[in-house]
Design a binder for this molecule. Structure first.
Ligand code: NDP
Length: 450
């Protein structure tokens, strides 16, 4: 007979810390999930006996490899590449690739772990993975980025496939990088198949993928507000970041009648009290994806805006906040400032942008708080649709995809409410964690000990 290992949460977390020394981001992500799951599985012995949570917190596979490339001055450069295949219980591994100097095994393990729950929440058949390299595309020429992407894919291709693992973009990996990597995959394997998502529309990409994460984060916010009897229209919004997610979140807030006050990058934030209109958003998209400039340049173009060097935007008074830059970019003091200034709702476009202490501030203040694993799932959901289109050799138009994204975000919101509502208040973190966990856990139980 199986012996149950029904250890308490503190003992479970002590084990996670011991097995993953120094991996602070990964430990933080597991802690956040485990504290909700423990309450849910307390009386469900089958999950304990099968060690489901412990198995989920141990990636199926951690692949690490050397990426060697030559820069424009003929210097040989060496980077470290990774692919974390966390869990494929409900579908092929799926999750983005990040190119940023801050990439470490811990960061990618946390992202792959989170991705497993997020992908489950979408209702689509996708497991969880994540990858990347400590390569900084900033300041590199197009040829350097191409040579790096080709070298990266020369190793990665053997670990991925349309039914095995389907990566996408993330920080530092947009349409340009996906194009270079897809081209190299095709060259090596001599196969055109949907092995990456976020592709260009000319070669199998979804017409909605670029907008999906940012739009989805705003739809999630809209659903939270609606559930509480409010709306986006007429509200002010503070957004961090100025990349793919941030600019599309700004676009959707503006379309719904809200007023966006800030955007940022790693150099600081801009504050435009007149509101960041569609014309100004288009300028930022061009600045960041074509000119590859800095957000401070916004103030040279639009008078009345101010640049705050080295600062984050959370002190600016607003009704809505959307952190859309990176992990741990909103701490306890900044969360307290937002609450003090009357924020009503926070929807995370980025992955784990709020620290655990910051989340507690939002929780205690009982504001509407949508965690990244639910709020930013629109991106991977549309990636799931891109996989289906590629397999079926079909293409849906922008309008149809927009309807599907809206429905998917409503479905995710409903699942969070189902598992997170108590006494008239929705704990979206708890709802997302439990709903995401249950589907993966039940699939794992079905497989036995594997
Ligand atoms: P981009 O590379 O397009 O943009 C990232 C933005 O964040 C840039 O403005 C960048 O500034 C800023 N940034 C990066 N690191 C820092 C830092 N340490 N401090 C302050 N600002 C920083 O990435 P995305 O928009 O695609 O991704 C943003 C977030 O959304 C990430 O957490 C990502 O994991 C998450 N996400 C993205 C999805 C997608 O579909 N793209 C899907 C789901 C989640 P700078 O230009 O100075 O580097």
């Amino acid at each position: 007979m199986a012996v149950s290992d029904h250890v308490d949460l503190a003992t479970f977390m002590a084990g996670v810390k011991k097995r993953n020394p120094g991996q602070t981001e990964f430990i933080q992500a597991v802690q956040e999930v485990a504290q909700d799951i423990y309450g849910f599985i307390d009386d469900k012995e089958e999950y304990h006996a099968a060690q489901i949570l412990r198995r989920m917190a141990e990636p199926d596979r951690v692949i690490s490899f050397r990426v060697c490339w030559e820069d424009d001055n003929h210097n040989i450069r060496v980077q470290r590449g990774y692919r974390i295949q966390n869990n494929n219980a409900i579908g092929p591994y799926k999750g983005g690739i990040r190119f940023h100097p801050s990439v470490t095994e811990s960061v990618l393990k946390f992202l792959a772990f989170e991705q497993t729950f997020k992908n489950s929440l979408t209702g689509l058949p996708m497991g969880g993975g994540k990858g990347g390299a400590n390569f900084n595309p900033r300041g590199k020429s197009d040829s350097e980025v191409m040579r790096f992407c080709q070298s990266f894919m020369t190793e990665l291709y053997r670990h991925i496939g349309p039914d095995t693992d389907v990566p996408a973009g993330d920080i530092g990996v947009g349409g340009r990088e996906i194009g270079y990597m897809f081209g190299q995959y095709k060259r090596i394997t001599n196969r055109w198949e949907g092995v990456l998502t976020g592709k260009g529309q000319e070669y199998g990409g979804s017409q909605m993928r670029p907008e999906a994460t940012g739009y989805g984060a705003v739809y999630f916010m809209q659903n939270m507000l609606k559930h509480a009897g409010h709306d986006v229209e007429g509200k002010t919004a503070v957004i961090s970041g100025s990349g793919n997610v941030a600019t599309h979140a700004a676009e959707k807030i503006t379309q719904l009648g809200g007023k966006v006050l800030t955007l940022s990058d790693s150099g600081g934030f801009i504050h435009d009290p007149d509101g960041i209109s569609q014309e100004k958003i288009d300028f930022v998209k061009q600045l960041k994806t074509v000119k590859r400039g800095r957000i401070s340049e916004y103030c040279d173009e639009f008078k009345g805006a101010s640049f705050h060097e080295g600062k984050r935007p959370w002190d600016v008074t607003c009704d809505l906040a959307l952190p859309c830059a990176t992990q741990n970019e909103l701490n306890e003091a900044e969360a307290a400032a937002l609450v003090k200034n009357g924020v009503q709702a926070v929807s995370e476009g980025a992955n784990m942008p709020t620290t655990l202490e910051g989340v507690k501030v939002f929780h205690d203040a009982k504001i509407l708080y949508g965690p990244g694993k639910a709020a930013n799932a629109g991106g991977v959901a549309v990636s799931g649709l891109e996989m289906s289109q590629n397999s079926e050799r079909i293409s849906w138009n922008h309008e149809r995809l927009g309807e599907m994204l809206t429905e998917l975000m409503e479905g995710i919101h409903e699942k969070c409410v189902e598992y997170g509502e108590h006494d008239g208040h929705v704990d979206y973190v708890k709802g997302a964690n439990i709903a995401g966990f249950k589907k993966v856990a039940d699939a794992m139980l079905a497989f036995g000990v594997v």
